[in-house]
Write a protein that binds this ligand. Structure first.
Ligand code: EPZ
Length: 422
């Protein structure tokens, strides 16, 4: 188990490349199960979550080769049961459910366990599969879905009490590609990662329209073919480095970004007094630290709203921004594990029913802190960049789940960080 030591006080300078998107790669890797032909996927980030998905695909019988960011997958023959030992490590494994059911008429996937960021049921996924004609049995912690005569197109509403579901939309969209007839998903998630998956499926020969809106139409086809695809940039990694540059940078440049996907994050960082300048094509941005800073009110929401996956990092930025900020997480109301650790570093934060009230302090002080989940660990790294002294962040495996070589990237920007064994 590694830990990261962050020596506070360095100014970040220079430029860094943003990696391919983890949250686009995971469902796209799973979608390769829909065909027996080769799929080549580029810019898949080297993070533990994509490694887990590749292990699950191999365990299902896929032949997988990986060289740097390119993954070649061949699913000539696949099994219908995803092994619990692998699935329990990553919730996103649920994404193999739709492709296996559509291709084989049967899928066995374990019910996801608990999650520190909050309650994460899969009832909407199952609502969609049932509407497509699957019979569902839940026993011994496993979900068994069968559709002996194949799936049948249907009208499905996928919005839940906390809004649309991203992976639920992905799962039902993948299943519907091989269903007989037309499926209409209302209340669909519109995240860029959903659009990237739809682009991948359409390139395989699927007939999907409306991805990126709340209404997606899928006309079923009899089979899908192999494809080559390059994954979109990771907007959450980009947002994390934008917050780091606003906190401790001097004209830091991020390359390989997408301006459109970063609109809500850019607006929040600019509202707190910093400036983000994009080049003509919107594929590169420079973050200019402001000197008239102020607190902001922030509410997370489904895309194009402010992403919950950038809530913790923004809380870390606002912890040393003068004034009062009010941060409400409407998607995961309990997602404030990072706040207790930030308070150990001297932050002034009060949590109440899904809302954090942050009173900006002059400077944080280093302390040993513990990562609890992927984005919380990123927030602790950001806090350490400007804290007085050296912050030690343990359970670093959380950050390696979704950030490709974050310590090396920070070192290239001039941060003083060290990865050491626990
Ligand atoms: C995706 O998770 C992301 N993961 C999460 O990012 C992200 O936080 C989340 O979307 C929201 O943006 C990946 O893409 C791999 P949801 P997902 O289903 O699809 C409720 C990260 O840090 N819900 O959109 O699992 C649910 O409880 C990760 O990279 C139901 O009620 O999230 C939540 O309140 C963490 N029933 C809301 O919907 C369901 O069947 C949104 O969850 C499904 C979800």
């Amino acid at each position: 188990m590694d830990k990261l030591i962050v020596h506070g006080g360095s100014t970040l300078k220079g430029s860094v490349n943003i990696s391919g998107s983890k949250n686009a790669s995971l469902p796209i890797l799973a979608a390769s199960l829909l065909t027996d032909q080769d799929c080549i996927i580029r810019r898949v980030p080297d993070v533990s979550d994509t490694n887990y998905m590749i292990q699950i695909l191999s365990a299902l019988g896929a032949d997988v080769e990986r060289s740097s960011g390119t993954v070649r997958i061949s699913c000539k023959e696949v099994a219908d049961t995803a092994p619990y030992e692998l699935v329990r490590r990553m919730r996103a494994s649920i994404c193999v459910m739709g492709p296996l059911l559509a291709r084989l008429g049967r899928a066995v996937v374990s019910l996801p366990g608990g999650c520190v960021i909050g309650d994460r049921p899969v009832d909407l996924h199952l609502r969609g599969m049932e509407a497509l004609g699957a019979k569902i049995e839940i026993e011994g912690g496993n979900i068994t879905l069968t559709a002996k005569k194949g799936l049948k197109g249907a009208n499905i509403n996928l919005s839940g009490s906390h809004g649309p579901t991203v992976l639920g939309t992905d799962n039902v969209m993948m299943a519907a590609t091989l269903a007989k007839g037309t499926t209409v998903i209302e209340g669909a998630a519109a995240e860029p990662e959903v659009v990237d998956l739809a682009d991948f499926l359409n390139a395989m020969g699927a007939k999907i329209e409306g991805a990126g809106t709340r209404r997606i139409t899928i006309e079923g086809v009899s089979s899908l073919h192999g494809v080559e695809h390059t994954v979109i940039p990771d907007r959450i990694e980009a947002g994390t480095f934008m917050a780091a540059a606003a906190l401790a940078g001097d004209h830091v440049v991020l390359r390989r970004v997408c301006r459109e996907h970063l609109a809500a994050i850019t607006a929040a960082i600019e509202a707190s007094g910093h400036k983000v300048e994009f080049n003509k094509t919107g594929t590169q941005c420079t973050i200019i630290r402001g000197n008239k800073l102020k607190g902001v009110d922030l509410e997370t929401a489904p895309y194009p709203g402010y992403p919950t996956d950038m809530q913790a990092q923004m809380t870390a930025l606002l912890a040393t921004t003068p004034g009062i900020s009010v941060i409400k997480d409407t998607i995961f109301p309990q997602r404030f594990m990072h706040c207790a650790e930030l308070k150990r570093m001297g932050a002034d934060i009060k949590i109440d029913h899904g809302t954090a009230v942050v009173r900006g302090v002059k400077r944080l002080t280093a302390a040993p802190v513990m990562a609890s989940d992927l984005r919380a660990s990123a927030a602790l790294v950001l806090a350490g960049l400007t804290a007085k002294g050296s912050t030690t962040i343990s359970r670093l495996y959380h950050i390696d789940r979704g950030y490709e070589h974050i310590d090396e990237k920070l070192l290239t920007l001039g941060a003083e960080v060290e990865r050491v064994k626990e």
